[in-house]
Write a protein that binds this ligand. Sequence first.
Ligand SMILES: NC(=O)c1ccc[n+]([C@@H]2O[C@H](COP(=O)([O-])OP(=O)(O)OC[C@H]3O[C@@H](n4cnc5c(N)ncnc54)[C@H](O)[C@@H]3O)[C@@H](O)[C@H]2O)c1
Ligand SMILES: O=C[C@H](O)CS(=O)(=O)O
Length: 473
Amino acid sequence: MRKKLFIDGKWVKAEKYTSLLSPYNEKIIAEIPVATLNDVDQAIAAAYHAREKMAKMPKHERAKILENVASLLEQRKEEAAHIIAQESAKPLRTALEEVNRTIQTYKFSSEEAKRIHGETLPLDAAPGGENRIGYTIREPIGVIGAITPFNFPMNLVAHKVGPAIASGNTIVLKPASQTPLSAFFIAELLQEAGLPDGALNVVTGRGSLIGNQIVQDERVKMITFTGSPQVGIAIRNKAGLKRVTLELGSNSAVIIDEGVDLRSIVPRCVKGAFSNQGQVCISLQRIYVHKNIYEEFVDRFVSETRTLTIGDPLHASTDISALISKNDVQRVLNWIEEAKQAGATVATGGDITGNIVHPTVLLHTKPDMKVSCQEVFGPVVLINKVASVEEAIQFVNDSRYGLQAGIYTNHIARALDAAEKLEVGGVMINDIPTFRVDHMPYGGVKESGIGREGIKYAIEEMTELKLVVINRQ
Ligand SMILES: NC(=O)c1ccc[n+]([C@@H]2O[C@H](COP(=O)([O-])OP(=O)(O)OC[C@H]3O[C@@H](n4cnc5c(N)ncnc54)[C@H](O)[C@@H]3O)[C@@H](O)[C@H]2O)c1
Ligand SMILES: O=C[C@H](O)CS(=O)(=O)O
């Protein structure tokens, strides 16, 4: 199946195509257009041209388009989940969860479109401000370049496209090379939903070439990027005065205090560690368990992990499937081996079937091992013994990342202390760091990024605050 670029409301043939392979069985799924620099230029020109129309569009019309796309997606959600599962090897059940969340993201975007407003200012609070009326308005920023990763190919596109449309901006979207089909699918639905030509443009090809072009073009006023810290930091360094939001990686952790009920906590932690094969930016990678319950936690965790079903992403019963690429399979195996050589033990997993890395639990790791201090982005979790919550907080903070963290405890004072001391963008009390619903503010500190998503917060990033002052004389 040959796909086309989506530029100025038209499906455009490319000069060259590349084969998209299934990460699971390496069979060809589709032929993907490779955009030229000229195609990207056309896409930016279309977005630039459409920006006035979008900015002037009444908020109720923007809201209607977003409501329409949510209901179109609802009608075609099985097909959408199949696309995600096919191109990313995300197990079908997990892919359906992503589609349901994508529907939520567009619904929240529709609602937020109607709530964009400024505030009045008491200017006479300052001497010299008498007899003046002051208020702010939020204006769209213009053309937004959106660059997205492979691991949530539909919902993370929605987290950029939804708030951008809600706030009257236009978009040039470059999806991840392995997952362009979800982006094309959403473009088709948005067109059907009534989005004007040029408001969304989708270009596919090498990130380092066309992503870079989007980042450097002067007509693009903002870059919203989700992906690896390495690429994100490089983008930030090139973006000049453009506004930039970066949603980057992490090695997220949870603290398990003594006295908590492990029967419900362990299955939740297993889901947090292995959902989508651990390819989640808030995947649970490090677990710090109080020494008094450590052995029981490990036994329960390993038993629960062994119940997971490995297999074809398109089978309804599969929990764990292939990693996104062979390189990633090899990298994860190398990191496990390096940890073993340095004294870690494998409680379960550590091997592969095809491109599937079996869910792996490591014990006796050290903070400087790659599996601990870097982002694994694979189905690997470490269980560490700690003497106290205080000590665990220090381990959690000993990281270059800071996206989200979790703590399970029955002691409110310890929970609040952790909430204060953990160096992250979000603290989940009595839950895993992997918790996210789509309207909450979401983003990181340190190398996990800058700026926040979650529709209302993304809209703040995507609008310019303008001040108006009236002198009544
Ligand atoms: N914080 C979050 O919300 C969040 C969400 C999902 C994924 N992530 C992170 O994303 C990473 C995994 O995703 P990935 O492998 O797709 O990331 P990646 O950084 O390799 O790619 C992300 C996007 O950037 C593009 N790109 C690559 N080089 C580029 C360049 N030089 N200039 C411009 N664009 C370029 C890619 O083509 C892709 O579209 C992990 O680190 C994960 O933690 C973060
Ligand atoms: O991979 C990171 C994503 O933000 C995960 S989720 O969409 O928040 O579940």
